[in-house]
Each structure stands twice: as structure tokens, then as C-alpha cells.
Unconditional design. Structure first.
Length: 201
């Protein structure tokens, strides 16, 4: 039987898509370490500083897991549309400037919603309503919550998920939107992975 090493540290990051200096007030990390069996909060860092700090922690305690409250990808059809075969290719695509372009209020792609601008109403586009609702979410988000409450779903499972509403990564503005934070996390997730690998090896 293969033995799994005990976890040394767990970090839960309350992420933010804030582009300005406000991110230092909005980015928080809750840290638990096995050595002390206590949890403490860390704040006051920019996204760049936070990722650098996480890489340092990974060097100190390789058996560490980090959770970040953002979407790590978009629906598969959107990745295919942009020629990305893997999520890692998509992160590179976002980091190449596409993420900030999609977030711009003058973005010509009307599928990104929640922000008003030329050609954008700020409302969910028609193609993501009714029968197209599933297209604006990753399959796991749709199947775990929304599909269970529809015809043919599991009422018991739907009841357990009550109050847990997945958000579309295409929503980049408005209450509960996750798109902005996700698009501004993906380039850092890519860099963290490389840095953490160097630190561990």
C-alpha cells in the first residue's frame, strides 16, 4: 500500500481581480501549518508579491497545497475556439494579453458581460440564456448545480446545493462575478507552477 506523506501546510487565498492599489487590501491568505496546528491570516500584498511569497513557502514546505477562489479555466468550446488544447496553453494565451483585452470595457467580444461599454449592455448576452445557459459555464459547474434542479436532475442533490450558485467566467462585472479575478489569476498560476517546481526540485 502506497503511503501518502502528511500535509505540512495549507494556504487558502481570497483572491481579487482589482487592478490598482486596492488589491493589497483585498488579497488575503489563511495559512495552516502542521508544525503549530494553528491558522493565521496574511494580507497587504499585491498579486505579484503574493505569488512570490507562495513560492517561498513551497520551498520551505514542499508538501503544501494552495487553494485560490477563482476559475482555472473556461468552457472547453472556448478553449478550442482559441486553439488551446490544454488549460496550460489557455493560461499562456490569457497572459499574452488576451485576458486584459477581454476585460476592457471596449472589448469587441460581447460574450464577456457585466461591464457597460461600446456594444455592451452589461447584461448577460442572449446566447447564454435559455437553451444556451450551459455554454457560459464549465461542464462541472453546470452539472453539479444547475442541471440537478432541471427536469431529469436529482432533486435531493439539488436541495443539498441550495444557495451554492456557480458563476460564469464570462461575467467580468457585477455582483459575484468571477471572470475578472480569474483572468488576472491565470498568468500568475502559470508562473507559480514554474517557480514552485524550481523550488521543490
Amino acid at each position: 500500500m502506497r503511503m501518502v506523506p502528511e500535509m505540512q501546510r495549507v494556504v487558502a487565498v481570497d483572491w481579487s481581480g482589482d487592478k490598482g492599489p486596492g488589491q493589497k487590501k483585498k488579497l488575503w491568505a489563511g495559512v495552516w501549518t502542521a508544525a503549530t496546528d494553528k491558522v493565521w491570516l496574511e494580507g497587504g500584498r499585491t498579486r505579484e508579491e503574493l505569488i512570490g511569497w507562495l513560492v517561498e513557502l513551497a520551498a520551505e514546505t514542499p508538501r503544501m497545497v494552495v487553494g485560490v477562489d477563482c476559475c482555472f479555466s473556461f468552457p472547453a468550446w472556448f478553449l478550442e475556439e482559441h486553439g488551446c488544447a490544454t488549460v496550460f496553453e489557455f493560461w499562456q494565451h490569457v497572459a499574452a494579453g488576451h485576458g486584459e483585452r477581454w476585460l476592457h470595457r471596449e472589448c469587441e467580444d460581447g460574450r464577456f458581460w457585466g461591464v457597460r461599454g461600446p456594444g455592451r449592455t452589461g447584461k448577460r448576452p442572449e446566447e447564454f440564456c435559455g437553451p444556451g445557459l450551459h455554454r457560459m459555464m464549465r461542464r462541472t459547474d453546470f452539472e453539479n448545480k444547475i442541471a440537478q434542479g432541471q427536469e431529469g436532475g436529482d432533486p435531493e442533490r439539488a436541495a443539498k446545493m441550495m444557495g451554492i450558485t456557480p458563476k460564469s467566467p464570462f461575467q467580468v462585472g457585477g455582483s459575484g462575478s468571477v471572470g475578472t479575478g480569474s483572468l488576472r489569476a491565470m498568468p500568475w498560476l502559470m508562473k507559480q507552477g514554474r517557480g514552485a517546481q524550481r523550488a521543490i526540485s
